[in-house]
Write a protein that binds this ligand. Structure first.
Ligand code: ZN
Length: 468
């Protein structure tokens, strides 16, 4: 018997964790964190719904925290097996897990000070940096396209998902000794947007019996990439004589924006502009991208080599990296010709909040959003046109001009999801995961109408029998 239980990213987009059971062994696909809301409270409540010691192996699709963030807790609770992932994922994981751990410990310290003042007991961390280091030591690198037997009867092949650097689809050949031969399952992880720059398109998928696929944008299509580039040019035109703030996510989006600005530079469209990457984490991640340029889209890579650039940084000669807070503060004295890329992507933390404090009340400031803004964030308030926002407990009038660019998404849209599924031979059965209910319902209908695959949407904790 082969079963699959979805312990997260079931009718929701975070906390990706799927437990596969075969031949008395347990294989965990991803071990992600639930995101949104107060970090310390969330981590305390977010117990792992299985015994860590009972897991025999882990395969990680990619480094994003909603797929990897609970790994340190898995090790803290006694997991002693291997974590299989690509080399680029391991590099990114080191940066992301350490950063998340530092943020968590800082938040916990602040909460504990409040508790002490109230005479309450302080809380111990649910994990710390030692657990993060244990995760990194447990990782075993599997390159794309190389089959690897990770448990008796379980062969894993990681295929490029085209989402962020190192992201993989997980192809599993599961041999339960039955007369029908091995069962073949493909877990999509997060699928990339094939129109966006830098990442390659998702690799072709061989014939399989089951597909477990993400459905984040199951109900909509992105604006086309050429349209997005026109918009970007339009923003730079409108912002001449002023400053552009780009709230950016450190992994993926930042590197895509840098690459695109590099293309503009070489087309002579960036004259008079300086670009500043003002985020220590994004700088570190960009350096990791530079180490793995061989994994990038060939055509985009050619654009770099044509200009004699060996790195993304070199491709954009007007790029400056801020090394410390003083450099960041010094930017306040410049009032034109600056494009400042800083985190966080939703303006709820990081250096972007300081830049907003300094510039949001100026009409020569342009703020350019490149990604989804969740409810409750400052980014969402700006996108929705609030006339005033609160930063550091003070009210600021919004005079800056707000722009939203739609085409930089790192996820496949509905059209791309349908085309990806239709290209898989063998007419597999489909399980939809990693999507909100409405997006999943719409995608289900679209799949049934276009290709007639049988579709199911597992709920949290629901076990699906893949083979009796
Ligand atoms: Zn992702």
């Amino acid at each position: 018997m082969i079963t699959l239980t979805c312990h997260g990213a079931a009718k929701e987009v975070t906390g990706s964790r799927h437990l596969l059971e075969i031949n008395g062994k347990r294989l965990l696909l991803d071990c992600g964190m639930h995101q949104g809301g107060d970090l310390t409270k969330r981590l305390r409540r977010d117990a792992l719904p299985f015994k860590a010691r009972d897991i025999d192996a882990v395969v990680l699709s990619h480094a994003h925290l909603d797929h990897s963030g609970a790994l340190p807790r898995l090790l803290r609770r006694g997991y002693r097996g291997v974590i299989y992932c690509t080399g680029a994922t391991l590099n990114l994981l080191a940066v992301l897990l350490k950063d998340a751990c530092n943020l968590y410990l800082k938040d916990l310290e602040r909460d504990n000070r409040v508790r002490q003042r109230r005479g309450q007991k302080v809380q111990k961390p649910v994990y710390d940096m030692e657990d993060v280091l244990a995760v990194l030591e447990a990782c075993h690198v599997v390159p794309y396209g190389v089959p690897k037997e990770i448990l008796p009867g379980v062969i894993v092949t990681l295929l490029d998902a085209g989402h962020i650097l190192g992201a993989a689809m997980v192809h599993l050949q599961l041999d339960d000794g039955g007369p029908k031969g091995p069962l073949r399952l493909l877990f999509s992880g997060d699928l990339g947007n094939s129109d966006s720059p830098l990442m390659r398109d998702p690799a072709p998928v061989p014939e399989v019996d089951w597909v477990m696929m993400e459905s984040t944008y199951g109900d909509r299509n992105h604006r086309s990439y050429p349209d997005t580039l026109n918009e970007l040019e339009g923003v730079l035109e409108a912002a001449r004589g002023g400053v552009v703030l780009v709230p950016a996510f450190a992994v993926g989006r930042t590197q895509e924006v840098l690459f695109q600005l590099g293309c503009f530079y070489h087309q002579g469209k960036l004259e008079g502009w300086h670009v500043v990457l003002d985020s220590p984490m994004a700088i570190e991640v960009t350096q990791i991208y530079d180490q793995w340029l061989e994994l990038m889209d060939k055509e985009d890579l050619n654009r770099l080599t044509e200009q004699g650039s060996a790195t993304l940084e070199a491709f954009l000669p007007c790029l400056h990296l801020t090394q410390n807070t003083d450099d960041s503060i010094a930017l306040n004295r410049v009032n034109q010709g600056l494009i400042i890329i800083a985190g966080s992507g939703m303006c709820n933390g990081g250096r972007m909040v300081h830049h907003l404090k300094h510039r949001v009340w100026h009409d020569k400031t342009h703020i350019m959003f490149t990604g989804f803004q969740a409810r409750g964030t400052v980014g969402r308030q700006l996108v929705e046109g609030e006339p005033r926002i609160k930063l550091f407990g003070q009210t600021f009038a919004v005079r800056a001009q707000i722009h939203t660019l739609g085409g930089f998404s790192a996820h496949a849209d509905q059209r791309q999801l349908l085309a990806w599924l239709a290209a898989i031979p063998g007419h597999p059965k489909v399980l939809l995961v990693h999507g909100e209910e409405e997006a999943q319902r719409v995608l289900w209908e679209a799949i049934e109408a276009s290709s007639g695959h049988s579709v199911a949407i597992p709920g949290v904790g629901e076990t699906i029998t893949l083979r009796d």
